[in-house]
Ligand binder design. Structure first.
Ligand SMILES: Nc1ncnc2c1ncn2[C@@H]1O[C@H](COP(=O)(O)OP(=O)(O)OP(=O)(O)O)[C@@H](O)[C@H]1O
Length: 302
């Protein structure tokens, strides 16, 4: 379980460049929950993931993984419990090592340091079985250098490696955003399967509204460092991309600032329903989150 308790983070506090990135985030992700995270530009989505993973230490508040207080632990100390897949397919694996060497390291992650000396036949067989599930033919290329793989193959491998050690928390940071639509779709399907099969407790940031609605059992929308509203599984099932876009537009009207960046518009254009399609009755005013500092979806409250 992940428990984010009233976390605040301000960059360059007290200077002209001050940026409030997290402004009292309260979030409980229960075991097996798959929470998708959307939000306006600079809403604090990445900073939230960074504070959970340990890349950034919050100014105040607490982050608990199970009953451990991990607020001030650096990233490498959290690696046993928290895994992350980044947007950049180049980040999750070592290009100069083979697929099996990368997998061997991933398997040992958080347990001991250094490169596994050799890969036993049993482990190789295990790796092959794991790779088969990706349906990319990588099980036949265990000795190939990872640098030779395509972005999509590499991202699928990163995802597999990130989930190898059965992390208590899986963080997905726009992990399909850099892929072309077809590969993004494939990695999305793999994500859904792995998370479900392994019952992983997952937090996924995405600019793709369709993906945010289709995947997971909860959705949160962030704005200005807070969780503005949350949809539960039922509400998510009933909501449409058009409903989510309407929420962004409401925010834009209230703040006078653009809330949708190019990445979101592009991703959304790919997946949005035809203009004028009837809403499936989305809870346009999503349920207030259990601990959200925002009273509901209404931007007027901010
Ligand atoms: N390392 C940093 N140094 C200074 N300011 C930062 C840093 N990281 C984030 N910020 C600022 O904190 C705020 C939140 O940024 P963050 O990247 O978390 O938002 P986001 O929701 O992920 O945005 P986007 O969807 O546009 O990537 C922004 O104003 C951003 O400029």
């Amino acid at each position: 379980m992940l428990n984010v308790q009233d976390v605040h983070k301000t960059f360059f506090a007290g200077t002209v460049n001050e940026r409030v990135a997290l402004n009292g985030v309260i979030l409980t992700v229960n075991p097996g929950d798959f929470v998708t995270v959307i939000g306006s530009n600079g809403a604090g989505k990445s900073t939230l993931l960074n504070t959970v993973s340990g890349t950034i230490i919050p100014d105040s508040g607490r982050i608990m993984v199970g009953d451990r207080d991990v607020t001030r632990l650096p990233e490498h100390r959290k690696a046993t419990w928290i895994s992350r897949v980044f947007q950049d397919p180049m980040k999750g694996s070592s290009p100069t090592l083979s697929i099996e060497q990368n997998m061997a390291i991933a398997q040992r992650r958080g347990r001991s340091r250094g490169l596994a000396r050799g890969v036993t036949r049993a482990r190789r067989h295990e790796f092959e079985q794991e790779l088969k599930t990706l349906e990319l033919g990588l099980e036949h290329r265990l000795g190939a250098k990872v640098g030779l793989l395509s972005g999509g193959q590499r991202q699928a491998l990163s995802l597999l490696m990130a989930t190898f050690s059965a992390p208590e928390i899986l963080l997905l940071d726009e992990h399909t955003a850099a892929l072309d639509p077809q590969r993004a779709q494939h990695v999305t399907e793999i994500t859904e399967r792995i998370v479900n099969e392994r019952h992983l407790t997952t937090l996924m940031v995405t600019h793709n509204m369709d993906q945010a609605l289709r995947l997971g059992n909860r959705l949160i929308m962030m704005h200005e460092g807070r969780i503005l509203f949350e949809l539960d599984a039922q509400q998510k099932a009933e909501a449409t991309v058009a409903d989510l876009l309407a929420e962004f537009r409401k925010l834009q009207a209230a703040t006078g600032e653009p809330t949708l960046d190019d990445a979101t518009l592009l991703e959304t254009a790919r997946s949005a329903e035809p203009a004028g399609a009837p809403s499936r009755g989305a809870p346009a005013h999503g349920a207030p989150t259990g601990g959200s500092s925002a009273p509901g979806v209404s931007p007027e409250g901010h």
